[in-house]
Design a protein around this ligand. Structure first.
Ligand code: HEC
Ligand code: HEC
Length: 344
């Protein structure tokens, strides 16, 4: 590689910075920046503990306690300008379990970095874009992603899926009617005796599959459009029946332990025996302190129980939340000596 004169880089960088600053100032006060301001607040609430308010490594109070690998420097233009807006969005939105790539699924390290939590079950798409817009300002850039276009695209997808689904539904109903009419006509040709042991044949109508596919597409596009600007619904979590046999319990505890670090990265925020994050309370006495039913419901939907909690909803399934609950139930460390910090 040819060495480049250092002065050039600095000069270009300064120009870039100045342009960024001017662009930033021009944007400031525009209606679009309401989003960035909101994103800044959300960032402060949900991200600062790990990433630092300015995005600098080592700044967040949780930094030293986070397992490796730790995040990049969000304040570094050199590192972050290689990410597209969409890629930053995906990092915050994606749930590691959504990957469908079999190569990734076969990989043992598939859940390599679950300590960057997903926010898709906690915030609206628009809110996450607001956060991305704020993250951009941390390294002197601004969001160029076309949010208005995105919303329009979602709306259009929803609006075209609707008549498609309705047409498929009508076609399916018509096909059912036709079959039923033919069936009736046939039955009329039978004598009473024949009718007695006659059993109509079950038929699968191709129109049914078409309708189900169209309906699925409709529901998905409806949700995607609705959750663009609305947070995911806080569904009520039913009381679980947590009775379990001794033999199953041991297995569930093992599974829960794996899910805790491997899938959900709870250790990024919570400590057990002084290892792990400081964002949430230590869990090493959870087995004494917390009621299992409460733990289960909390894991399934923390926001439903405490609106402004910093713990995101991690989208844990019923089965996973059970295993995690059984695991936390085994954490029964002795009381620490000396003054006990207030867990609340
Ligand atoms: C519990 C700590 C934690 C919280 C809370 C957290 N992150 Fe992260 N974040 C991480 C870790 C760890 C990584 C590194 C992941 C990797 O290397 O793949 C990361 C990576 C990232 C990245 C990609 C840069 C990189 O290092 O690969 C971005 C962007 C990011 N986080 C933004 C956010 C935003 C925005 C929020 C708040 C909505 C947030 N994070 C909340 C821990 C956290
Ligand atoms: C991004 C950080 C973060 C992640 C990831 C996280 N938590 Fe939390 N958790 C918190 C915070 C913050 C609280 C405190 C809640 C409050 O009062 O607002 C909390 C509270 C709890 C509590 C109640 C503790 C008590 O003593 O009151 C339990 C149990 C819990 N979390 C379990 C989990 C489990 C299990 C996981 C993984 C599936 C997890 N958490 C992932 C941040 C996190």
């Amino acid at each position: 590689m040819k060495p480049v004169a250092k002065g050039n880089i600095t000069g270009a960088f300064l120009k870039f910075l100045t342009l960024g600053l001017i662009a930033g100032l021009l944007m400031y006060g525009c209606a679009g920046d309401e989003k960035t301001a909101k994103g800044k607040k959300l960032y402060h609430h949900y991200c600062s503990h790990c990433h630092g308010d300015s995005g600098q490594q080592g700044e967040g109070f949780n930094w030293d306690r986070m397992p490796d690998p730790r995040p990049k420097n969000l304040a570094s233009n050199a590192e972050m300008s290689t990410f597209s807006d969409q890629e930053i969005f995906d990092t915050v939105y994606r749930d590691m379990r959504d990957w469908e790539d079999p190569k990734v699924l076969d990989d043992e390290n598939y859940f390599a970095v679950p300590t960057m939590p997903t926010f898709k079950y906690t915030l609206s798409e628009e809110e996450i874009w607001g956060i991305v817009a704020h993250v951009r300002t941390l390294h002197g850039m601004s969001l160029t992603f076309d949010l208005v276009g995105r919303k329009k695209e979602l709306e259009e997808a929803y609006q075209t899926a609707k008549p498609e689904m309705e047409a498929a539904e009508a076609a399916y109903n018509a096909a059912v009617e036709k079959v039923e009419a033919a069936q009736e006509a046939y039955e009329e040709t039978l004598t009473d005796e024949q009718l007695e042991d006659y059993e109509p044949e079950e038929i699968t109508l191709p129109e049914e599959a078409v309708f189900l596919t169209a309906n699925d597409k409709f529901n998905k596009s409806k949700n995607a459009f609705e959750y663009f600007s609305k947070r995911p619904k806080k569904t009520r979590i039913e009381r679980p029946d947590l009775t379990i046999s001794e033999a199953d319990l041991a297995q569930q505890v093992e599974l829960g332990k794996k899910l805790y670090t491997g899938t959900y990265g709870c250790n990024g925020c919570h400590s057990i025996n002084d290892v792990g994050g400081l964002v949430g309370p230590t869990l090493d006495r959870a087995g004494f302190r917390l009621n299992p039913t409460w733990i289960y419901r909390w894991i399934r939907n923390p926001q439903a129980m405490k609106k402004k909690t910093r713990m995101p909803n991690l989208g844990a399934s019923d089965a996973d939340a059970r295993a995690l609950t059984y695991y936390l139930g085994t954490l029964r460390a002795p009381k620490p000596e000396g003054p006990v910090p207030d867990p609340e």
